[in-house]
Structure formats: structure tokens, C-alpha cells
Design a protein around this ligand. Sequence first.
Ligand SMILES: NC(=O)C1=CN([C@@H]2O[C@H](COP(=O)(O)OP(=O)(O)OC[C@H]3O[C@@H](n4cnc5c(N)ncnc54)[C@H](O)[C@@H]3O)[C@@H](O)[C@H]2O)[C@@H](O)CC1
Ligand SMILES: Nc1ncnc2c1ncn2[C@@H]1O[C@H](COP(=O)(O)OP(=O)(O)O)[C@@H](O)[C@H]1O
Ligand SMILES: [Mg+2]
Length: 282
Amino acid sequence: MKSPYLITKEEILKIYKPVNPHAHKGTQGHAVIIAGSYGKVGAAVLASKSCLKSGCGLVTTFIPKCGYQILQISIPEVMTVTDENTNFITNIHLPLIPQAIGIGPGIGKELGTQKALFEFLRTNKVPLVLDADALNIISENLSWLELVPENTILTPHPKELERLIGKWNSESEKFQKTIAFSEKYKVIVVMKGAPTFIINRNSVYENTTGNAALATAGSGDTLTGILTSLLAQGYEPKYASKFGVYLHGLTADLALPKTGYESFTASTIIKYLGKAFLELDN
Ligand SMILES: NC(=O)C1=CN([C@@H]2O[C@H](COP(=O)(O)OP(=O)(O)OC[C@H]3O[C@@H](n4cnc5c(N)ncnc54)[C@H](O)[C@@H]3O)[C@@H](O)[C@H]2O)[C@@H](O)CC1
Ligand SMILES: Nc1ncnc2c1ncn2[C@@H]1O[C@H](COP(=O)(O)OP(=O)(O)O)[C@@H](O)[C@H]1O
Ligand SMILES: [Mg+2]
């Protein structure tokens, strides 16, 4: 394997598009987050909040009914659309065509949710981020990946990656298999870890931000929100993936001197997103 390209501040500055002074919420992109189930509505809250706090103009969150009040009270800025079902998603219907959709955090693997995911993938044309249980469901139905838009971003952690590509015997085999997977399905794979690598066909990129403070519940859910937000703002998937992982890691680097590793939580990622964007101007 060629040595990876590093995702550095210099690279990110070539990608970053500062907000236009004439911008309004309608020009900043409308993102949809499809997430949550009974007991895991927090995943929907974290992904939606990080989405909104990464610059997109409007966020609509699709959740099972049990998440309605939780979402509306936790994040009044976010609009919500609910499934007919109380505890998990069974039928994804959106009253709008957004610029990007992130799906998967906390949705579970109920049969009804699997069917809803298939029907969604069959009809969706919008740029997509697939995470968590969306990946776990797809792992058992790999042909569904033929339905997703080209350059869909997949964000597996190592266990989810193993479910997608099978076991590997060495680091180099892991990369070979992920490259083959990215080429076969024409998708971008964000291999989350320490550090995170992005595999886009046979190109490999290594993130330079982040630390072990990110080893905390919901950390990946916030990454899904950030990536979906950047896609909705019009960043191409190859740029959104790099910018997103860089910003996500940078929040932890900036927060660490204040929080230490132990008290850092996924909400701290969200809290430090503003400082991470400001750091790009320094
Ligand atoms: N507050 C919430 O509502 C939360 C909801 N979550 C959701 O809960 C669902 C289950 O997610 P999980 O990821 O916990 O379950 P998984 O079963 O997908 O992953 C857990 C397994 O993966 C392994 N693993 C994870 N990261 C690893 C790493 N970096 N290196 C090696 N092994 C690693 C763990 O050891 C464990 O065996 C997802 O839908 C997720 O989005 C979680 O994000 C936690 C917070
Ligand atoms: N030790 C670490 N160093 C750097 N980043 C880490 C470390 N541990 C976890 N992360 C990052 O935290 C995130 C964890 O994602 P994930 O496992 O999906 O969390 P969750 O499902 O709980 O939201 C990934 O972006 C991963 O790269
Ligand atoms: Mg996760």
C-alpha cells in the first residue's frame, strides 16, 4: 500500500468555504438525520445537534414517536418528523427533499427497521452518510449498497467494518479489503479509529487530529451529524469526509487541556465545534 496522504490543516484550508455574508438558512443546506429508537434517542439528539452546529441552515430529524418530545425539548432549532411506530422506525417518509441525509445512529435492527431501510435506499437519490445500525443491517444485505448514490460515505468503527468486509489477518489486509470494498461499491469508507483513515477507492488518507478523549459513547453519532451537515452545505463527499473527521478530532484536541480525557463526552465535541471552526482562521 502507498503511504497515506495526511489530512492536515493546510489541506483543510483548501477545502473550507467560509460562510458568505449574504447567506441565509435557505442557502446553507437542509440536512435530514434519520436516527434513534427506544432507549437510543440520545444518538438522534447528538447527531442532530452536531449537524446543526456544523453550519447547515436547517435540520429535520426523523425518529420513532418515542423521540418526539425528547428531540423538541433538547434541540428546539431542529424540526422533527415521526414514524407511525412508537419505539423504532418502520416507514421513512420525508415531507421534503433535503441536500443530504445521515442515517443509522441508534436505529436498531428490528425487522421493520430493516425493511424501512431497504425501501429508503431503493428510492433515495440524496447524498448519504451511512452509520451504525444502518451499516449493521447492510452488512447482512451487501447488495443493497448497489442502490446507494455514488460516493456515499460509510463510517464504520472497527467492529462495524469487520461486519462489512469480514475478518482480516493483518493491518495491510484490512486496508486491501477496504480498498476493494470502496472500489466495488463506489463508496467512501471512513475507517474510524485511532487514527481515522479515509479510503476512497485506492487512495488512503490519514487524519491528524483527535485523541483518546473521543473514546466515549456517542462520539461517532456526532461525526455522522457533522458529515451530513457538510454534505448538505454542498461539500463534495470526498471533501466532506476529510473536513468532517478533521473537525471532529480537532474538537478533542482543543478541549483536552480543559476537560482532560475522562470528563470529555460526545456533548463536549458539540460544544467545541465553534472553536474548531475558529481554529481554521488562526
Ligand atoms: N446515547 C445513545 O443513544 C447512544 C447510542 N449508540 C448507538 O448504539 C448502537 C450500538 O452501537 P455500538 O457501537 O455500541 O455497538 P456495536 O456492537 O456496533 O459495537 C460495539 C463493539 O465494537 C467494538 N468496538 C467499538 N469500537 C472499537 C474500536 N475502536 N476498536 C475495536 N473494537 C471496537 C466494541 O468492543 C464492541 O465489541 C448504534 O446504533 C449506536 O449509534 C451509541 O453510539 C452509544 C450512545
Ligand atoms: N483512542 C482514540 N483516538 C482517537 N479517536 C478515537 C479514539 N477512540 C475513538 N475515537 C473516535 O471516536 C469515534 C467513535 O465512534 P463510534 O465507535 O461509532 O462511537 P458511538 O457509536 O458510540 O457514537 C470515532 O470517530 C473514532 O475515530
Ligand atoms: Mg457508532
